[in-house]
Ligand binder design. Structure first.
Ligand SMILES: Cc1cc2nc3c(=O)[nH]c(=O)nc-3n(C[C@H](O)[C@H](O)[C@H](O)COP(=O)(O)O)c2cc1C
Length: 402
């Protein structure tokens, strides 16, 4: 026999969730995103399909990206318990400075297309999080403008080797003069990958107004209004040719890129050099011999070669081969506390690309902040449940690949 009583409004009222009056509707929507997947779903509703697909998509059958992601599902943690994990240190040394999290924001081209606040907002969120931000050669904000907009961000400059060496040298000097401390040379783009979603969507840079595009405008009026009332959407460092991004890469970038280019860069760049896009132990050895400071094991987020190598699987072998000579980073498909497993396998840290772009598309600067908050919480919680108090304590004993 259950005793029942009448409902009382005074008891129910406090149980009804109300929006924190400090938060705008947009911020409240972001707060409700509990994972990067939730941010991705919100992003999909905020921008035209061609823009979402440019970020979300990869090359060919997108198998490289899928496998890179799925590798994290093969990770099995070996937790230890009965340890005091009340205080956990998530910071790591990254190329001579401390980063508050084992994360750097990856270079992503054409960021102002995702949201009109673009690179400066992402760089600002990176500064607040205490992590580095890499500006892309294909950025929509110039090296100088970004430096002025985000003076407190640790700025790296990502370089693509163009055919025109004089232009490359000029760009590198501008980055140096604007206070970028590290050069990240991307080497997996001898030619552009075949990104079928971009081809099918007719995504060109800059966007062209075709009948279908105009029809899309009605669905995303705010995105279009922002694009059309802010400075023209174009590459800040090079003139675009009007084709797809893949076409542009193929036309401008130097397919003869080799070890000599890295030696040449060593001669003209006084700071640290990261080589991004290493996909084999042999190439990791090759660039270690050239004296670079770090490598990123990366398949460009699956946007270049299809059926490519999986960075997480490559990681232990590369750490074994060159880990005593340079810092090893990994990227591709990272959208959660997976970062902890990469560090346990020997990575100094990870790069994330799409994770912050989903946040950016979902809600501009606040969206990127939400990305950081979600990743930070997931890393912290995973480490606490693993019985680890600092990133430095992580080691392969905590993980296996099933
Ligand atoms: C929209 C987009 C644009 C990108 N543009 C560049 C770029 O200009 N230069 C570069 O080196 N990598 C670029 N990348 C690759 C990223 O730096 C990084 O390797 C990749 O995004 C990591 O995978 P994730 O997005 O799954 O985290 C881009 C990636 C995306 C998603």
């Amino acid at each position: 026999m259950v005793n029942r009583r009448l409902l009382r409004w005074e008891e129910i009222a406090p149980l009804i969730g109300r929006r924190d009056p400090q938060l705008s509707r947009g911020q409240a929507r972001l707060e409700r995103c509990a994972s990067i997947g939730d941010l991705r779903a919100l992003a999909r509703r905020r921008v035209p399909r061609a823009v979402f697909d440019y970020v979300d998509g990869a090359a060919g059958s997108e198998t490289t990206l899928l496998r890179s992601r799925q590798a994290y599902a093969r990770v099995q943690f070996q937790p230890r318990v009965l340890r005091d994990v009340s205080d956990v240190d998530l910071s790591v040394p990254m190329l001579g400075e401390r980063s508050a999290l084992p994360i750097a924001f990856a270079p992503t081209g054409f960021t102002r297309m995702m949201h009109h606040v673009g690179e400066p907002a992402v760089a600002e969120a990176a500064a607040e999080a205490g992590i580095p931000y890499a500006l892309s050669t294909l950025g929509t904000t110039s090296v100088e403008d970004l430096a002025a907009a985000a003076p407190h961000t640790r700025r790296w400059f990502q370089l693509y080797m163009w055919r025109d060496r004089v232009a490359v040298e000029a760009l590198v000097r501008r980055a140096e003069e604007s206070g970028y401390d590290t050069l990240m040379l991307t080497v997996d783009t001898a030619v552009g990958g075949i990104r079928l979603r971009d081809v099918r969507n007719g995504l060109t840079i800059p966007p062209q107004l075709r009948a279908a595009t105009i029809a899309q405008m009605a669905l995303y009026p705010r995105w279009w209004a922002n694009v059309l009332t802010t400075p023209p959407l174009e590459f800040a460092s090079l003139t675009s040719t009007g084709g797809t991004v893949g076409d542009l890469l193929t036309e401008v970038f130097d397919p003869t890129i080799g070890p000599d280019h890295i030696t040449w860069l060593r001669g003209i760049w006084p700071g640290r050099i990261i080589v991004k896009g290493i996909q084999s132990i042999e190439d990791a050895r090759l660039v270690a011999d050239l004296g670079v400071d770090a490598v990123v094991l990366s398949n460009h987020g699956g946007r270049q070669i299809d059926m490519g190598n999986v960075p997480l699987e490559l990681l232990p072998g590369v750490v074994d081969a060159v880990g005593d000579r340079l810092e090893v980073y990994v990227d591709g498909g990272i959208t959660s506390g997976d970062i902890v497993s990469a560090c346990a396998f020997g990575a100094r840290g990870v790069l994330v690309g799409r994770a912050y772009l989903y946040g950016l598309m979902a809600g501009g600067a606040d969206g990127v902040r939400r990305t950081v908050a979600i990743l930070e919480k997931e890393i912290r919680t995973t480490m606490q449940l693993l019985g680890v108090r600092s990133v430095a304590e992580l080691n392969p004993g905590y993980v296996t690949l099933r």
